[in-house]
Design a protein around this ligand. Structure first.
Ligand SMILES: [Zn+2]
Length: 585
């Protein structure tokens, strides 16, 4: 029987962390490592680091890190068993039957049931759409919107018919408990405790996750007419977090990477209509304002976003709300506002993709759009200008890059006809930027922060042991451990000493796994990403110096202990004279 550990190893052999992470984060080579913008926290300069040798990643900003499984879990919000299964499937590694603890198993089963419920619901809605009688209204709607059959199938569109318990009965028949269906968000529960279908008389759009399996994690349901609410989405569940999802992302990821841009629209139908006409790099928000998480994910694969809005006031307001997010995440963004009376769906269906592409190509930056919208036609009105500036300054203070900020000020000056120096000094008056916020991009700064109370000497010693494993044999048993006062560093060195010489190789990762404390592991990961402090040629010299230092320390310590015992001091002095040769034990 294959063990779970060996399956894990096998996956690691196959799943190179740089290529796995590289599918979701744009990585650049930097020395021995790769760096990119962290998908787990907002940052403008890369502190997210991936090491190919170590097969580990670490973010110097938010401290998230670990191996390829840790990445997969964090990025896709999955449990370890799920990540293991995903990667095992992907890299054709067979997993043993039993490999998890009872607790892990229980949690995994619970989530597995939620996935199953969503999958069954998707199947149910698809069948209902195909039903000659019950699905007719849904099919008519899709036909009216010119959506071809192959796309209906590819995106697994469905229909939730009239009635309160069609899905409920279907799930019960498939041995899904009502409680589970409720947790998966497809049933609602009345005050009296009765369960009923959440989606009724709606065209159903399943929302898939970004894993290769494209698992259904939630649904958006759209009414057939103008009734409100226009969209109903799955509520928050353990699998579905509306704020971090984009519709159609799984399908468009490749195209976004290839074209470098992501076209963001507001509705599911808009997204599908554009795809039908051949624009593949398109995603839709889930009827909510765009939030940081999806922007961060887009930033991981594309170079710019073009946000498309309806011409109505709500559309424009939505456009304006997204500016701070794009500025914050520093993903260049453009804004397209469609002609009055159009949404992307109606526009592309009536005028074709060429006309739509022209709008995309001519799109102004979101910043310009924002200022134009705010200033409106009242450009001569000083009071109005001031009120616009009051709105825009707080946003500008979030732009930490000085060059970029200067560019925005220049644009602002052109548009408001207020001299740049005046704007600069007004902005400085707010005094909110720079001083307080530590630049998170300074990797060297982050490395320096590692030292804390630790002496450079002990850090160099650990660095030497890690980068030149052959020095372990030369330094172990030479009292070098006594040079270390920091408990974390001691614990790590003990693991290295203990493990050295055993049959298995003591990799960076094995050391990390043997550390019991989370804080030790984080510190160690961060430390491990530092380069060697000496070159190959200097190793011998470094070893010699550490041994000498350790000897001196041992003698000094003995002195302290022997104070008051003249005989002992004499002995030590004699030894000190002879010192130079090894004094090891
Ligand atoms: Zn981070």
């Amino acid at each position: 029987m294959i063990s779970y550990q060996s399956a894990k190893e096998e996956i690691k052999q196959a799943a190179d962390i740089v290529s796995v992470v590289g599918q979701f984060v744009q990585l650049k080579k930097a020395g021995k490592n790769f760096v990119g913008l962290c998908p787990f926290h907002g940052e403008k300069a890369p502190s997210f680091t991936v090491s190919q040798d170590k097969q580990m990643f670490h973010c110097f900003g938010c401290k998230k890190g670990g191996d390829v499984f840790a990445f997969w879990m964090a990025y896709h919000s999955l449990t370890f068993p799920e990540a293991l299964k995903d990667l095992a499937d992907r890299y054709n590694v067979r997993l043993p039957e039993k490999h998890f603890s009872a607790e892990e198993k229980k949690k995994a089963d619970y989530r597995e049931n939620l996935y199953r419920t969503n999958e069954l619901a998707a199947v149910y809605f698809q069948r209902e759409l195909a039903h000659p009688v019950r699905g007719k209204a849904g099919r008519d709607y899709l036909e009216k919107r010119f959506l071809p059959q192959d796309m209906i199938e590819a995106f697994r569109l469905g229909y939730a018919p009239k009635g309160w318990d069609g899905l409920k009965q279907f799930l019960l028949k498939n041995k899904i408990s009502l409680e589970t269906a409720f947790s998966a968000g497809v049933l609602k529960r009345s005050d009296k405790g009765r369960y009923y279908d959440l989606f009724r008389e709606r065209v159903m759009f399943p929302i898939m996750d970004l894993t290769p399996k494209k698992r259904v994690i939630g649904f958006g349901g759209r009414v057939l007419d103008d009734a409100l609410p226009k969209y109903v989405n799955t509520p928050e569940t353990p699998l579905f977090h509306k704020g971090s999802c984009l519709y159609g992302f799984a399908a468009s990821r490749k195209a976004i990477r290839e074209t470098g841009r992501a076209v963001v629209v507001e509705g599911y139908m808009d997204c599908l209509a554009l795809r039908k006409h051949g624009l593949e790099e398109v995603v839709a928000t889930l009827g909510t304002a765009l939030s940081e998480t999806p922007v961060r994910k887009l930033k991981g694969i594309g170079k710019e976003a073009i946000v498309v809005f309806d011409a109505d006031d709500a559309g424009k307001k939505a456009a304006l709300r997204t500016l701070p997010i794009f500025l914050n995440e520093r993903l260049p963004a453009k804004a397209v506002v469609l002609p009055k009376g159009h949404d992307p769906d109606s526009f592309v269906n009536s005028r074709g993709l060429d006309a739509f592409s022209k709008l995309l190509d001519a799109a102004p930056s979101l910043f310009d759009f924002y200022i134009d919208q705010k200033l409106g036609s009242r450009t001569g009105d000083i009071d109005h200008k001031v009120s616009v500036l009051e709105e825009i300054f707080p946003i500008l203070t979030k732009v930490r890059n000085e060059t970029q900020r200067a560019l925005y000020i220049k644009r602002l000056s052109e548009k408001t006809e207020i001299a740049e120096p005046v704007l600069f000094s007004a902005l400085k008056g707010l005094n909110q930027f720079s001083a307080k916020e530590r630049p998170e991009n300074d990797i060297r700064g982050q490395f320096a922060s590692l030292n804390g109370d630790r002496s450079i000497g002990e850090l160099q010693l650990l660095n030497l042991l890690l980068h030149y494993p052959e020095t372990v044999a030369q330094l172990r048993g030479r009292h070098c451990r006594e040079l270390i006062s920091d408990p974390t560093v001691r614990r790590i060195v003990d693991i290295i000493y203990d493990g050295y010489g055993h049959s298995e190789t003591l990799t960076f990762e094995v050391i990390q796994e043997r550390l019991d404390l989370d804080e030790d592991r984080i510190w160690f990961r961060e430390f491990g990403f530092r380069p060697a402090f000496c070159s190959d040629r200097e190793v011998k010299q470094a070893v010699r110096e550490f041994i000498e230092k350790a000897q001196k320390k041992k003698i000094a310590d003995s002195f302290k202990k022997a104070m008051g015992d003249p005989q002992a001091i004499n002995e030590i002095l004699k030894r000190k004279v002879q010192a130079g040769g090894p004094v090891g034990n």
